[in-house]
Design a protein around this ligand. Sequence first.
Ligand SMILES: [Zn+2]
Length: 88
Amino acid sequence: MRLRLQVIGCPRRALALLDAPRPDCPDCHGEGGVHHDYGDETGEYAGTHWYPCDCSTPWCVVLLPLPRLPHMPRHRAHSDPWSDEPPF
Ligand SMILES: [Zn+2]
């Protein structure tokens, strides 16, 4: 198990600890799963299955729920100590 931190957005923004796939995995080559195209009864392409690889698990722990970002005004003159404008 290789742990990585990632900000996830579903169902809400949060900092989560995920299990990362092995970058040198011979099965998924670090993608964490294997694509497999399948067809319908006529042999036409009908979709792609995604099989998760054994080198990673869909394990996820939410460490810190992140609040929605409030719309902050970008211009805050009183908080800039290096402003070129004289204070008087
Ligand atoms: Zn793998």
